[in-house]
Design a protein around this ligand. Sequence first.
Ligand code: NAG
Ligand code: NAG
Ligand code: NAG
Ligand code: NAG
Ligand code: NAG
Length: 383
Amino acid sequence: MASLVFLVTTLVFAGTCRAYYTSIFSFGDSLTDTGNLNFISPPLSPDCMLPPFGQTHFHHPNGRCSDGRLIIDFIAESLGLSYVKPYLGFKNGEVTGNIENGVNFAIAGATALDLSFFEEKGFVVDATTNYSLRFQIDWFKELLPSICNSSSTEGCKDVLHSSLFIVGEIGGNDYSFPLFETNAFEDLITYVPQVISVITSAIKDLIDLGAVTILVPGSLPLGCNPALLTKFATINEEEYDQAGCLKLLNMFFEYHNELLQFELNRLRVLYPFTNIIYADYFNAALQFYKSPEQFGFERNALQVCCGGGGPYNFNDTALCGNLEVIACDDTSKYVSWDGYHLTEAAYRWMAMSLLDGQYTIPKFSLSCLTSNTSAYFINYTMK
Ligand SMILES: *[C@@H]1O[C@H](CO)[C@@H](O)[C@H](O)[C@H]1NC(C)=O
Ligand SMILES: *[C@@H]1O[C@H](CO)[C@@H](O)[C@H](O)[C@H]1NC(C)=O
Ligand SMILES: *[C@@H]1O[C@H](CO)[C@@H](O)[C@H](O)[C@H]1NC(C)=O
Ligand SMILES: *[C@@H]1O[C@H](CO)[C@@H](O)[C@H](O)[C@H]1NC(C)=O
Ligand SMILES: *[C@@H]1O[C@H](CO)[C@@H](O)[C@H](O)[C@H]1NC(C)=O
């Protein structure tokens, strides 16, 4: 009954709104990590933990791999929720707050596939990649009784029904780690279905637990990524598009995204009462490289803000975070922060174009649960 009163009250205040998101639970890699990196044990000290990371908005390094806020921070702000706090911080007792308002399981360096997959292929991968998507889902399951303050699955459903789940971006590292070690594209193509399959089974797990609204970002156009552009630099101009991005790499990441969307369509048929929303990170970011000036970026959008020289101002022996590497004066004029990750300015534009529905399929509804979700939510609450 109490929850019914709550719903009626929201109706009055919100006009057309039937119900709001009450929390965000997220999974992914450094594009989404809001601080798990801080709490890895044994501790790591990757570049993202050093100044000038975090200089914008937070004014100190905080485990986010950018100068400031990430897409997930802008989504949280738009939904009127607090920033989604890192799971490992809660676990250590170093972060406090209401876990029922959301938890972030995303961690820098994470891959979709388990570490053993890469070890079998003979790749040496970053230590943080031990936390694959499967690990993150297991963390969520472990935490679930505390999130719901209940050990029963039923008791969890209303919490999860009104939550926004963000699964991704994940998979970028599965390809980029091997790409930094090898040129064998042919091998990478064969990983794609396996990467997608891990993502879809994670989504299924979440739906089985009660998730209804799930935002699934695809891959960025990593053919425009300064680190990869530096690694694969070629004098053959035909390999670049008009924006200066590597065509083959972008085609590869588009293939990943197409396969992901194909599988999301199958999930929508399997689970008609869910809202599975594809977030088109690829095209939302591609517009920066095509028409940088429209967003206030420098004409050469492939230049890194915080880097150590070279054609893209990216130098893998002088990375952002090293003392001698100085950040650009105005980060809002740059798309790329450190050669791997984007600036707060780029993330802000991306978040805006996702939230206004331009780059989400189907359109993401900003502050209200979308009709299917709220129908489910209201039915459940009235029981
Ligand atoms: C990855 O995690 C597993 C399970 O916790 C552990 O046994 C293994 O040693 C870890 N591997 C690395 C490289 O950290
Ligand atoms: C959790 O549930 C117990 C009893 O079931 C209650 O005493 C306690 O206040 C609840 N905690 C929160 C944070 O809601
Ligand atoms: C909502 O549910 C209906 C009925 O199952 C389904 O046909 C429709 O595609 C769903 N809409 C969205 C946006 O998921
Ligand atoms: C990259 O950094 C190293 C180490 O600081 C430096 O010696 C080298 O000249 C730099 N390369 C470029 C292209 O600036
Ligand atoms: C909600 O309940 C009504 C009436 O029982 C039913 O017709 C409808 O299909 C239910 N919707 C969902 C999403 O379960």
